[in-house]
Write a protein that binds this ligand. Sequence first.
Ligand code: BF8
Ligand code: SF4
Length: 637
Amino acid sequence: MEQEVHERSIDPATLAMLQKAKEEGVETAWERYEKQLPQCSFGQLGICCRNCNMGPCRIDPFGEEADKGICGATADIIVARNLLRSIAAGAAAHSDHARDSVLTFKKMSEGKAGSYKIKDTAKLLSLASEYGISSEGGSLEEVAAKLADILLLEFGKQDGHLLCTRRAPEPRLKLWAELGIEPRGIDREIVECMHRTHMGVDNNAVHILLQGLRTGLSDGWGGSMIATDIQDILFGTPQPRRSTVNLGVLSKDKVNVIVHGHEPILSEMIVEAAEDPELLELAKEKGAAGINVAGICCTGNETLMRHGTPIAGTFLQQELAVITGAVEAMVVDVQCVMPSLGELAGCYHTKFISTSSKADFPNTVRMEFHEDKAYETAKEIVRAAVENFPNRVPEKVTIPDEKQECMVGFSVEAILNALGGTPDPLIEAIKSGAIRGVGAVVGCNNVKVKHNYGHVNLVKELIKNNVLVVTTGCNAIACAEAGLLLPEASELAGDGLKAVCKALGIPPVLHMGSCVDISRILVLSSALANRLGVDISDLPAAGAAPEWMSEKAVSIGAYVVSSGVYTVLGTVPAVLGSQAVTSLLTEGLNDVVGASFAVEPDPIKAAGLMLEHIDGKREALGLITGKRKAMGLTSER
Ligand code: BF8
Ligand code: SF4
């Protein structure tokens, strides 16, 4: 049965564009989802295997027909192997992005990456000292070159463990060592996943899953962390600033250029090129009032955090941006880019420009982007957008009114700054019970969930219960669209959190960046745990991904839980076909890494699970619990 348009999102701008799509007869992810229904239940349960050409094999979940693949692989083995391949793909995506950042950084240090510069010298020097590089007497570029060399080695490392992991608290490091899951070289972990899941290699579900945890860790405490650090040096460490979000940020009279994908290496240059006097002059000649750059997905988060560039939408709004009829160029690099965009762009005047040597799509204009002539290419891209402005068809243009203000830019450095230089005020607020705990809410949109419903309701429920929320990725954009990233949103928070937010002038939901910036959440968790003299798993903290869809989210889940953070998923991972894997993920992991997953599609119930977990941790730490506080008691005993 066809779903009514209003059931698809809680966001009015999204609904308006879905209605427009319907009237204009263009298809979006929602229609394609309906055509997929009912989705294959073997796939949903994770019990089909195509890892060799004797297959595909599938296991009968009712045990009446095949209970093994042709090679003898059971449901447990097949589910675990499929999960491991997803983790590998997710870790590869984050880490390959990181590699490109470091390669650009290296070229910059050699003077071979024309327009890139060192933007945050303090961060460069602090990383140099962390990695034991002397900055005495050498130029900043020399220091950068040495740092780049050390970081590049992390990808192909054959001996020892990843250096970033040293940022984790001592007890966590010890635990990883005991379990044999300390990540080694980043590429090595990913390659080993592919090897282990080849036909006839690793056939023990627990053994396979441990490699999944290790590979996840090589992403969170490796690739993602390196990407964040290097991007901060090259483009600046985010600081609090204001901006706007949602489809209403598109301009009626300016040239609209959307940057979509994940790598700021490209979007930074586009933002700069859009201010080029020559192109602004050309825009005027073409009848436009200027050039407006807006982001989608995580590359949008990167430029939002560092420049306050507005964001046009989350993952599920990428097609809707084109449907406004007001986008001159949709410029994409890698990850989360729907291949449908090419055909869709053909229904409007939009130029769909792909730029990465790794990612081509149907019906794109290819304008490949290389660091040595980054600015020149960015200018060419923006020029193509400007020249496309006269092709805009006024009758086809509808820009929704929704344009929400937000406050963003909460890097760890910015949070510590807001706290007066140390995490102590936050710790005191947690100890006193003013802040009950910290919730990390992250991840995608997924057509299986009403767009933004899971994100917004879960976060609202947490802040109402005095949980300070840190957010990244599409959750951050969803929260911004709902007005939750404003200091004024503390009115929706419980009294304790409200008072803290008011005193510090911060929103109750802190935007910490893109998905690779979940590494910032790991660093913050370590700082809090170290200050309290405990492990991350002892903190009154919990994570959630209410609408996740991507394999990157699977890798993130693996490293967040292995780092000790209980995590609630809003969409069901393809593991239910194996009782053993399911119970390991939802229970067994507790005994292994001190945290586990839960699955709860209802965001209010999901928040309830997180609160329960947070209260349990408060109690274990001897802190005042919500219940005792409500009874007017000020201490635990
Ligand atoms: O890396 S949250 S839909 S945009 S995968 Fe993609 Fe998911 Fe959005 Fe960013 Ni993250
Ligand atoms: Fe079937 Fe085994 Fe081949 Fe998978 S690896 S397709 S289960 S025979």
